[in-house]
Design a protein around this ligand. Structure first.
Ligand code: ZN
Ligand code: ZN
Ligand code: FE
Length: 760
């Protein structure tokens, strides 16, 4: 008794060796039929006995090639045809494509083995790849995903590469970037002046320069890195000097886990993340006795570390370095440089030489950043290695383009029950980033063959993303309140549809009352939200300037707590008398002093108060450094604070907490203890708020979102307190808690709006 069935498979099933995999499994199970790629994914027909078919189906789902993932599998019974054998048929391309492109992926173990095998034709060839590994998203120029629609189109395969490409039994069957030293891309070394360096071995010459302490711009998968030997203090100092004003920690790359363990602690879950095919930067606790330059990550208890992900990285790091600094190739705040001419023009003042190659990067993407909190991974930046993998949505919805926020921007496209979150775009207040944002939207729409029905944007009228939304006059627009979007983002990630409490501890976002929100107690779902409470408002003297100069927030909070009798503390006495007077006048007369309920600004105030930071060069810096000071293993008692009911809302007033911090400072209590007690105060307050609002609303699901929840200490303590009280806690993992996750929340809210407006 033969049965025949048609099977449709959707997900990442093209360009990942899926058809040869189906072919091999079909032969192994004694199944006849065929398989092909079409615009929705993979379509196949299989005929065999019911038992053989059942085994075949199980194997299809359980033995997937490394880069493949199935998001949907459906079947339809057909009359048997009694055919023989199994064929891979040519692709069919129809109008609407739903096939998904794979992310860029780290070189696989087989290719790595060939890379270091002297008898292999690709021995030490920096562009070795196969269907299980290599560049994907960054080289795609269109669909279907085929060599002519990639930046490999300009390279013609030699007969031996072509033979592999055509052979279903080969690991390189239809591997679009397939190449070898005879026919593929080549390394090039350029001098700082842009001229080609006279060397027959660019790789060895580059390693030599790094050993001499030179700064190299190195072309990677999604853009250029700036590299120096991380153990060479002078070289690291010089890189910091040339990258002017940038105080962000530098990322590191080491050749092996054993090397990483020499300067950082690696838990089992962190090891798993480091060695995963996405190869993100993992934040790891520093060891005290490391040989690395202290300027790699000043004032930070962590190193951002990744393992090599391209063959070139493996070759660079094979013997000569404990770790290389591998920081994004850009000037402060500019987008990562990815085009060759651009790199040589813009990085000329930083790099001593350029290790480049002639395989073009079509789409830029930064390294992803991940940290573990309560032993679970939390993506702080979701980019290379993860994008454009889709995120499942809790419900089906129409096509939404959500343009995200202003800082750490990402955008999001939705189709049916899938969301496609873009790579990290950056801070849109930079004009270069803003144009990269528009190009990336065009490209993503193009490769997904997708058109929006509605556009979602932030409530803030001056965000570049909001302005972009206004230019798309062809589309209905939905304005989404910033912290409602954070809540929805957390809910969507966990597939929640019932109303949740949203504790949104954030930097700043435009509030529905015109004030600047950022410490919000919300109750809501995708339809809407209620603001059940918030952090007490405090003036931000100078507006945005107060975000860059935390001492202004310290002054504002202390003025609120003490009035005219301000305590004598360095944070205040360091402000020149004239400026101090002016700032207090601005506060008194409400001149350029918007009110804020931001939790991030409270962190800034405390960091400034304890003397950690009076100025910052990036959002969240003061808060991060405050977290890093916490004394390890100590127990802390919360400071006093007040929760008040005002006009039906629950208001957190930290005045008593700030007074207690001041008293501790005057007593000479170490910052490590003050910081711990401050964090614990917020966690206790959060518990009290959730208990009270939970009782009031009957809701026991709590979503923690907003940039402050990148803070490990606060998130871990808040989560365990809430769980101890019987509340269900949802924290971010796949989607960043910071504004990088905002677009997903906007997208599901607008998706809901689309349904409501269509009367569904
Ligand atoms: Zn491979
Ligand atoms: Zn070749
Ligand atoms: Fe935010």
């Amino acid at each position: 008794m033969l049965q025949r069935t048609q099977i449709r498979i959707e997900g990442i099933v093209q360009g990942v060796g899926f058809r040869p995999f189906v072919y091999r499994e079909a032969l192994a199970c004694g199944v006849s039929g065929w398989v092909l790629n079409d615009s929705r994914g993979v379509l196949l027909e299989a005929e065999a006995s019911p038992r053989q078919l059942a085994t075949f189906l199980v194997r299809l789902q359980q033995r997937l090639p490394p880069l493949a993932s199935i998001t949907a599998l459906s079947q339809r019974a057909l009359p048997p045809e009694g055919g023989q054998g199994f064929q891979i048929r040519p692709s069919q391309h129809q109008a609407a494509s739903e096939a998904q492109i794979a992310p860029d992926t780290c070189v696989c173990p087989e290719c790595r083995q060939e890379l270091f095998d002297p008898s292999n034709p690709r021995y030490r060839y920096p562009f070795i790849n196969c269907t299980n590994c290599g560049p994907r998203y960054s080289i795609v120029t269109g669909i279907p995903y085929d060599r002519p629609k990639t930046t490999m189109a300009t390279f013609t395969m030699c007969p031996s590469c072509q033979a592999e490409y055509d052979d279903p039994a080969s690991r390189r069957f239809h591997a679009q970037p397939n190449a070898c030293p005879q026919c593929g891309p080549r390394l090039q070394l350029f001098k700082a002046d842009g001229g080609l360096a006279a060397t027959s071995s660019p790789l060895e010459a580059a390693i030599g320069l790094l050993q001499q302490g030179r700064i190299l711009a190195i072309k990677g998968l999604g853009g250029y890195h700036l590299a120096v030997d991380a153990c060479n203090h002078q070289a690291v100092a010089e890189l910091r000097r040339r990258k002017a004003r940038d105080e962000k920690p530098f990322a590191l790359m080491s050749g092996s886990l054993a090397q990483v363990r020499r300067y950082a602690r690696v838990s089992a879950s962190e090891e798993h993340l480091l060695t995963g095919t996405e190869r993100p930067i993992v934040l790891l606790e520093q060891r005290l006795e490391s040989h690395l330059s202290p300027l790699v990550a000043p004032r930070n208890g962590y190193f951002g570390v990744m393992l090599p992900y391209t063959p070139l990285h493996y070759l660079l790091l094979q013997d000569d370095f404990l770790a290389l600094v591998m920081t994004s190739g850009n000037l402060s705040d500019e987008p990562i440089v990815f085009r060759d001419e651009e790199a040589r023009a813009r990085l000329a003042a930083i790099a001593d030489a350029f290790l480049s190659h002639n395989r073009e990067i079509h789409t830029r993407s930064d390294d992803s950043i991940i940290r573990t909190i309560a032993d679970k991974p939390v993506l702080l930046r979701r980019s290379r290695g993860y994008v454009p993998r889709s995120i499942p949505l809790p419900v089906m919805q129409g096509n939404v383009l959500a343009v995200g926020g202003e800082l750490k921007n990402t955008f999001c496209l939705t189709r049916r029950d899938r969301a496609f979150l873009s790579q990290h775009i950056g801070d849109l207040n930079h004009p270069e980033v803003s144009s990269a944002f528009e190009q990336s939207i065009q490209l993503m729409q193009h490769i997904l063959e997708w058109q929006p029905q509605v556009i979602a944007h932030d409530l803030h009228p001056d965000y570049q993303s909001t302005r972009y939304a206004e230019t798309r006059r062809d589309l209905p627009a939905v304005a989404v309140q910033h912290h409602h979007a954070h809540l929805a983002s957390g809910m969507a990630e966990h597939g929640l549809t019932e109303p949740c409490l949203g504790m949104i501890f954030d930097g700043i976002g435009y509030g529905a009352d015109g004030h600047i929100w950022g410490g919000e107690f919300l109750l809501g779902d995708y339809r809407g939200y209620q603001r059940l409470g918030h952090f007490a408002y405090v003036p931000m003297p100078g507006g945005d300037a107060a975000s860059r100069q935390p001492y202004r927030m310290a002054l504002s909070y202390l003025y609120q707590a003490y009035g005219e009798d301000l305590p004598e503390l360095p944070v205040l006495t360091n402000i020149p008398a004239g400026e101090r007077k002016l700032l207090l006048q601005m506060i008194d007369q409400s001149i350029n002093s918007p009110l804020t309920s931001s939790c991030g600004r409270l962190f800034d105030a405390v960091a400034a108060l304890v003397g950690l930071r009076s100025h910052v060069s990036y959002e969240g810096q003061a808060a991060l450094e405050l977290e890093m000071t916490i004394a390890e293993g100590a127990a802390f008692t919360p400071y006093p604070y007040q929760l008040r009911r005002i006009a039906g809302q629950l208001i957190f007033d930290p005045q008593q907490c700030l007074r207690a911090v001041v008293e501790d400072l005057q007593k000479g209590t170490p910052v490590a203890r003050i910081s711990g007690a401050f964090h614990i105060t917020l966690a206790s307050m959060l518990l009290e708020v959730c208990r009270e609002l939970g009782e009031q609303s009957g809701v026991s699901r709590v979503v923690l979102s907003g940039g402050v929840f990148q803070n490990r200490f606060l998130t871990e303590h808040a989560t365990s307190l809430l769980q101890g009280a019987g509340l269900e806690v949802f924290t971010h993992s796949l989607v960043p808690p910071n504004d990088g996750g905002l677009s997903l929340g906007q997208a599901v809210i607008a998706g809901q709006w689309l349904k409501t407006s269509a009367g569904i």
